[in-house]
Design a protein around this ligand. Sequence first.
Ligand SMILES: Cc1ncc(COP(=O)(O)O)c(C=O)c1O
Length: 388
Amino acid sequence: MKKDTLIIHRGRHPKDHHGIVNPPVYHASTMVFPTLAEYEDKAKKPFEGVQYGRAGTPTTFALEEAVTALYGGHKTIALSSGLAAISVTLTALLKSGDHMLIADNIYAPTRKRVADVLLARAGVETAYFDPGAGIKDILQPQTRVVMVESPGSVTFEMLDVAKIAAEAKAAGVTVVMDNTWATPLFFQPFEHGVDIVIEAVTKYISGHADVMLGTVTVSTPEQFQSVKFTANALGNCPGPDDCYLGLRGLRTLSVRLERHQRNALRLAEWLQARPEVDCVLYPALPGDPGHEIWKRDFTGASGLFGVVLKEVPKAAVAAMLDGMELFAMGDSWGGYESLMIPTDPAKVRTATEWRGPGPSLRIHAGLEDPDDLIEDLEQGLKRLTKAS
Ligand SMILES: Cc1ncc(COP(=O)(O)O)c(C=O)c1O
């Protein structure tokens, strides 16, 4: 079946629920067992089926089933946020004395909170690498994990995921990818050699700016046991209402992404032609440094992209951002509404230098009419120029 059909039909079992289309929200800590034999049986099958609320309910399993169908992996584990999906996975895969490689364009909390603090405290060493380079020459005997994100959600550099994965595989190293920007509709990590896929469901899958949720999709039963055990031991379990909303968002992911993409492309092209703009960072644009890889590997682009402005004082950026009518300033993305924030990529890089002539912005193109969004941007750029 095609992905557009899978997102409608997977994770739904109306026959089990009086014919009701959507799976119900099971609120549960406790499940009761009718016989001693059944009670004792569950201990023999850890993490299989309904046992205790922390390990999930049929609502959790419905979301996990649908995400697995889209990614094509072995199984999915739902967690309470995208960052939880990252920290639980890396904790499951790594131990003291291990070494990890992370691409320099990674989501900042992955490096600054998980790798550089939590994992460093546990004796795991992390080295960052140039997203545009391979990893063959920097692998160490104790390297166990390579973590990538393509494109990164601030600088939008594309990685050659298949090349990096092949180099990792040759050394027996596990490849973890944060695929939140592309979602399973626009990039299939397992087909490019990735072993474990992270998705911040908080963003496009939920799609309505009202849910925190993450998923980890693994490719082997061993990875499933390890990640599920770690999630359970850390007590991480998403609430059933959030799983329900994540699954509800998933049903319209394809039509929403189509519009996000169309709007983003229109805004990106418009901005590219503006005298205030140095460059637009969006791999779907011909001429973007990542365009060829994007065209080769991806089937679409989502609505998040970057803009590097020509040099202006901070007060000019404030004049622009403070007066925006439709673009609100908020750290997230993937919802139906447009957002715009200032970014400072240079601050979080260590393996490579990031330089722009002026300040950078990150734009999330929402589902509004693009003419209105352009009008808002035009007024914003006028304020920027006036305050420069
Ligand atoms: C690329 C990327 N990955 C992961 C996350 C973390 O997701 P969450 O906010 O659900 O913890 C984010 C959040 O902004 C993100 O942008």
